[in-house]
Design a protein around this ligand. Structure first.
Ligand code: FES
Length: 158
């Protein structure tokens, strides 16, 4: 006969059980680089424009995101390729813009508090906190604009 103590402490994810019980979130994604190629503005409904633009699913679409999975891993599980490097919240290469919904990082050593307040998130350490969310991925240039960004240039793609 013993006393059962709750599992707490470093390395113990106390919210994991809670997340597992929730249904997957719906993630609508858009490649930030599409804005430049299409001449769209970040604050001028880019998702509405993308929905009408018949873009390839590499650049725009919807996927389900398990609550206990990061946005980056969910995108990769769906066959998508999003920019990343350290995969541990330290380089900012995986920076995204949270356009709608809620998503929280469990590690962030790359973005400033102001950048997070402005909606930037690291997809490698970020979990959905709402049923639906919209994210502009490959938004590294926005993180790099700040002098305090500690990241490095992302690898060249395509
Ligand atoms: S890949 Fe480096 S912070 Fe996400």
């Amino acid at each position: 006969m013993g006393i059962k103590l709750p599992a707490v402490g470093p390395g113990v994810d106390t919210e994991a059980e809670e997340r597992e019980e929730l249904p997957p979130a719906e993630l609508e994604y858009l490649d930030y680089r599409v804005l430049a190629s299409q001449g769209w503005e970040l604050d001028d409904e880019p998702f509405e424009k993308a929905a009408r633009a018949d873009l390839d699913e590499r650049y725009y679409g919807r996927i389900e995101v398990d609550r206990e999975e990061t946005l980056l891993r969910s995108a990769e599980a769906a066959g998508l390729t999003w920019a990343s490097q350290c995969r541990s919240g330290t380089c900012n290469v995986c920076t995204s813009v949270l356009d709608d919904g809620e998503a929280e990082m469990d590690m962030n050593l790359a973005l400033t508090d102001e950048q997070v307040e402005d909606g930037l998130r690291l997809t490698c350490t970020c979990y959905p906190k709402s049923d639906r969310l919209r994210v502009l991925f490959n938004a590294y240039p926005l993180a790099a604009e700040e002098e305090s960004g500690r990241g490095r240039e992302p690898p060249v793609e395509d």
